[in-house]
Design a protein around this ligand. Sequence first.
Ligand code: NDP
Length: 267
Amino acid sequence: HSTASNGVVTAAQQRHADVFSLDGKLALITGGGTGIGLEIARCMAEAGATVVITGRREAVLQDAVADLGDSVEYLVNDITDLGSIDGMVAHVEATYGPLDILVNNAGINLKKPALEVTDEEFSRILHTNLHSVFALTRACAARMVARRKGVILMISSMAAYYGIDRVVAYAASKSAVEGMVKVLASEFSGRNVRVNAIAPGFIETEMSRTAMNSDPDRRDRAMRRTPMGSFGKPEDIGHAAVFLASDAARYITGASLPVDGGNSIGF
Ligand code: NDP
């Protein structure tokens, strides 16, 4: 039996806790001040990690750190500033130690019919959601590969897989990230650096509320397409991220895990 009735942790319970634990690990989470990133930070901190969150707005990050507690630190950084990335990673490692986990969570959306999307808008989405993700991943992976240890997670989207109207640039960026996951996972597979994606469905955050509010029918349509009948919570992504970052997922690389209430069953 794994349950001790007197409140003492049994050996089996301890083994279970250890395999899912992030104790002693250092995680860098982009866009960790809000929404999904904030809950990934909370879940990883609760799993024992030291967490560094980034974003462009200092006040938002300060509030997040005050909420999340002592094991979470912040760094103001705009990931689209590619020239700042290597220095940022070097600073994180000099201050907190070797990075074990990178979560590429920061992202932006643009909801517009494809024919109305300008070149500038298309480039902006691709630059934030794809090029910056590549540049930060390269900076972190170089260090992880050298140490033969690391986990990289991409927060993708079901928009990478399904034809969701009016997100042409966003879908292109997320599909490209999914493609990148497989190549990176393959290249790093002999170096003990795992690379995986999480593909969230409809998760209630500021980003999705803005999208839903701009189109009154959208919420109903989204709900009809979600077999489990409710939208996800940011912590649903947080728990999946802890699993994929932990030793419990030690044999998982190059995968994309849908966390979507069944959207991926098919419409
Ligand atoms: P939010 O808008 O709440 O979070 C996005 C975060 O990214 C913010 O904290 C923002 O902080 C940060 N960010 C944006 N641009 C930059 C930048 N240039 N440099 C650094 N940080 C940046 O949205 P969500 O939490 O919903 O989204 C998080 C991720 O989840 C995204 O990648 C999104 O595509 C994905 N996702 C979300 C879904 C949903 O239903 N909500 C569904 C599928 C995927 P700041 O503005 O201060 O820089």
